[in-house]
Design a protein around this ligand. Sequence first.
Ligand code: PLP
Length: 388
Amino acid sequence: MPPRREKFGFGTRAVHAGEEPNLKATGDVVSPIHMSATFARRDVDRPTGGLEYSRTGNPTRIALEARLASLECAKHALAFSSGMAAETTLMLSVLSKGSHVVAGDDLYGGTVRLFEKTLRKFDVNITYVDTRRPSAVRNAIKGTTKMVWLESPSNPLMHVCDIRAISKVASEAGAMTVVDNTFASPYIQNPLELGATVAVHSTTKYIGGHSDVVGGALMLSDPELFEAVKFNQNAVGAVPSPFDCFLVLRGSKTLHLRMQRHSENAAVVAEFLSVHPKFSGVHYPGLKVHPQYALARRQMRLPGGMLSAELKGGFQQVRKLFGRLRIFSVAESLGGVESLVENPATMTHASVPRERREKIGIGDGLIRFSVGVEDPSDLVADLRSALA
Ligand SMILES: Cc1ncc(COP(=O)(O)O)c(C=O)c1O
């Protein structure tokens, strides 16, 4: 990985960026939650302190956006009310009638739903390819391609894609590369440092980290693109509340600590499952048998807290196992301190048509694990007894 460009280390930026105490005023060490919807003016034609109305800008959101930009080594960040709001606002800013998108074939189901059910209505065309192969991306690009959209690691199959190679292919064709970096988090991987144009996050996940807030963000450095997306952040208005900005700011302070523990725990769970006779395949970039293990070592600082594994016997066995777990909760979402399991075929990816799911390898018995920061021995004991 290239060295981080910023002066301070990740942990220091996670704790301080965007929240330096204002010693000329009250000296708060934590950015106050500015609940004001509007801002009074001293002069009629000039907003006092630059702020007009909280959809357009709010001090707590400004603090959060500064933190998020710093963590992704980006010049700018824009915060949204959800990951989907961030995605929609970016797509509205970049795509128009007749635009073409090359997208990974293993994406979060909600992103596929947005492409298929919403964008296609506006004559946006999408081609899904296996983004593990940069040549597949190159072959799918046409004159109208505006955007290459990928996840790495992908959801739920944990495919690792070469962000540097794909960004090069896209930029040679005049298209931007968007990486949904939710699974890795900015502590583990910085797509902009690898050549991508935009990093997308559901801050609901690792950045927030405590399953108590829904939020999203875009991090980018291109000044024109920033102005276009910022315009639509205000025009569309899918912004987070000041209280939600505070929760994401608070969660993000421990991102570096949590990601280390998530990765350690996920490695223990992956090793356990990979030798368990009831599982037929474990997808985790930290396992040497992962097909892109070498690429993951190059591109990611740690293998992360997410993994998936195929339980033999399909959905009936999944139902039985889920009913017996005591520490892992059966729930959608990921990236919080608590361990979760879910069945993509019936939960997060239920909106993906069965034939597409089967084609790419999302079987009915696939289980996705978001491994939390509990004691690893308790997590393994929970799985062992539920599988017995
Ligand atoms: C990888 C990924 N991207 C985007 C989203 C959408 O984020 P949100 O639920 O905050 O709208 C999710 C949600 O699960 C996700 O897993």
